[in-house]
Design a protein around this ligand. Sequence first.
Ligand code: SF4
Length: 136
Amino acid sequence: MRKKQQITCIVCPLSCTIEVEEKDGAYTASGHECSRGEKYALQETLDPRRVLTGTVRVDGGRVPRLPVKTTSPIPKALILEAARLLDEITVKAPLRCGELIVKDFAGSGADLVATRSLEAGGRQQEPGSQRPEGGE
Ligand code: SF4
């Protein structure tokens, strides 16, 4: 039995349309301009993954949430459960950008890390929250 599906490659701005065909359990890609696209299309068909980004609660900081992300793409099937687990995490300052928050997050094989630094007791401001000079 043959099955076909079209995938838009997101690896580079050319956005090639790649067709992936399954025949007797074997998958082949066509329409890609380079091997990165072929790899992406087959991965997206057989084991789609995404980098999870979100925030976790900060205890005692001047900012209420710390942005975090997984160190590599995790299986798409795990994304909802992993996002739910973010709500159960509370971190304490100080933390450096890139510091490990949870190893093997949600059993995905990827670690969860901070994407910004938190200073202990330091003055923290959310990006974009500064008031313009002389403004109210
Ligand atoms: S197949 Fe290659 S050239 Fe085409 S969008 Fe993907 S990465 Fe870019």
